[in-house]
Ligand binder design. Structure first.
Ligand code: ADP
Ligand code: ASP
Ligand code: MG
Length: 471
């Protein structure tokens, strides 16, 4: 079977971790599988690159970073690639990419302007540094491997900072470039997170996007499975760093996985599921620190025997925008105008809620977009504000908490449990929305209430206990 294995930042964070990743790859090859690797940057590298780019655009060059990054990758290469020629080749590639990074930063420090296009060219460097070292480590274990920069094979739109794959062109390039490597018995190591436009301008898929890369690569190659190696035992019933007794969900459906990722479970980039789902490729989320654990399997059916809520998630760093006024009733078009403005501002709406009296509508967007969107709304709805149809357009920092499960549909009493649990903790719910798919209930709460709300819901639905199948 062809398996695409993606290793996240902590799973390639040091020589020791890369050794473990290489061992996991070669163990699967020894079992007769073909493996294509997708690697993230070593942990912390992307953040350092992004910070350096912003600093350079303000005229501050971080002259030490190039040396630090080189030393970190060299230390890994020294430990993992015993063959001197192979090691020198990997390090030459690292040096070439660092050279380009340094020149780009120098350019930014001259022009004092950081465009999304340049930020992508810089922030995608981390994966380019990691791939030759990971490939060298696999080759050192006796399995032929070489690094491939996905700027060559993943063709995307030019939405810098959040590019979308163009699957037909990507598929054609993957067939031409990667398929022959697999057929020769190699395990190529592809860079996650990055791609390029058809003209070759580098792009990124958005922060955390290596998961998405794995799914794109898996779909383009018609892989048998996609394995996401991370630092926790799969997808859990809540973020384990927030809810210590969260449990691994052994089996979830594609739709549950998408909802979880969309509503803040960082373990999967929110776009990861679609390419895999379109090809019905099973996805596994596994722990590279605990590889014996079976992790989570994402499939069409999920675990249909478990009713009700399976997981609780939260999204932080959002703002609730409320448009209110008694005169909004019966005035057509206010909602349409408001969402036109949000779209013009290229802001993504995470959740919408409208009171049935029509006196108030509210929606949630990223906090970073809020000041801009509110300003644009006040301009676009100037007439309605002047006439008093709208009394207020307000924004407040908030968090979204979501309870998720395919079989919430047809399970009565869920809303009552949600509100009972939050009420008991005196957590104020600012707005609610239930998708018509009935796969989630999402609530807006004050930011400070997010963690207590997640814990209260996890407890109320007894998610710390093994799921019991209903007869
Ligand atoms: P990687 O570098 O492997 O891509 P990430 O840090 O992006 O790893 O994602 C894994 C992290 O996601 C976990 O360490 C955990 O803190 C966080 N996380 C949030 N919600 C969940 C959840 N429901 N299940 C598992 N992990 C979660
Ligand atoms: N290295 C990228 C990031 O930190 C992509 C990823 O790790 O998924 O955002
Ligand atoms: Mg990640």
């Amino acid at each position: 079977m062809l398996i695409v294995m993606k290793f996240g930042g902590t799973s390639v964070g040091s020589a020791e971790r890369i050794a473990q990743a290489a061992a996991l790859v070669t163990a699967s090859c020894d079992k007769g599988h073909q493996v294509v690797v997708v690697t993230s940057a070593m942990s912390g590298v992307t953040n350092a690159l992004v910070d350096a780019a912003h600093a350079a655009a303000k005229g501050h060059l971080d002259t030490a970073l190039r040396g630090k990054l080189y030393e970190r990758h060299k230390a890994a290469a020294d430990a993992l690639i015993p063959d001197a020629t192979a090691r020198a080749a990997a390090l030459e590639q690292v040096d070439r990419r660092l050279d380009r990074f340094e020149k780009l930063c120098y350019g930014l420090s001259m022009v004092h302007e950081l465009t999304p296009r340049l930020l992508d060219a810089i922030s995608g460097t981390g994966e380019m540094l990691a791939a030759p070292v990971v490939a060298g480590a696999i080759a050192a274990r006796g399995r032929a491997s070489s690094a491939v920069e996905t700027t060559e094979v993943v063709v995307t739109t030019d939405q810098f900072g959040g590019a979308e794959p163009l699957m037909d062109q990507t598929r054609a390039r993957m067939s031409a470039r990667i398929r022959p490597m697999i057929e020769r018995g190699e395990s190529p190591v592809l860079t996650g997170f990055i791609g390029a436009t058809a003209d070759g301008v580098p792009t990124t898929l958005g922060r955390g996007g290596s998961d998405y890369s794995a799914s794109i690569v898996g779909a383009a190659l018609d892989a048998g499975e996609i394995w996401i190696w991370t630092d926790v035992d799969g997808v859990l019933s809540a973020n384990p760093s927030e809810v210590p007794d969260a449990r691994t969900l052994a089996e979830i459906s594609y739709s549950e996985a998408s909802e979880l990722a969309y509503y803040g479970a960082k373990v999967l980039h929110y776009k990861t599921i679609l390419p895999a789902f379109q090809k019905r490729i099973p996805v596994r989320i596994l722990n590279s620190f605990n590889p014996g654990h079976p992790g989570t399997r994402v499939s069409v059916e999920g675990d249909a025997s478990v009713p009700g809520v399976k997981a609780v998630t939260s999204i932080r760093g959002v703002s609730l925008i409320a448009i209110s006024g008694t005169g909004m009733q019966g005035i057509p078009g206010i909602v349409a105008k408001a969402f036109d403005v949000v779209a013009e501002q290229q802001s993504n709406v995470l959740m919408i809620s409208q009171a049935s009296s029509e006196n108030n509508m509210c929606f949630v967007i990223s906090a970073a977009d809020a000041p801009r969107v509110v300003r644009a709304l006040r301009t676009a709805l100037e007439f309605e504000l002047a006439r008093g149809h709208i009394e207020e357009i307000a924004s407040q920092p908030a968090a979204v908490v979501a309870a998720i499960g395919d079989r919430m549909r047809g399970t009565p009493g869920i809303a009552a449990t949600v509100f009972g649990a939050l009420g008991a903790q005196r957590i104020n719910v600012i707005a609610i929305s239930q998708g018509s798919s009935e796969r989630n209930i999402s609530l807006v709460v004050a930011e400070a209430d997010a963690a207590p709300a997640v814990r209260a819901l996890h407890q109320a639905f007894r998610l710390d206990r093994a799921a019991v199948a209903v007869q």
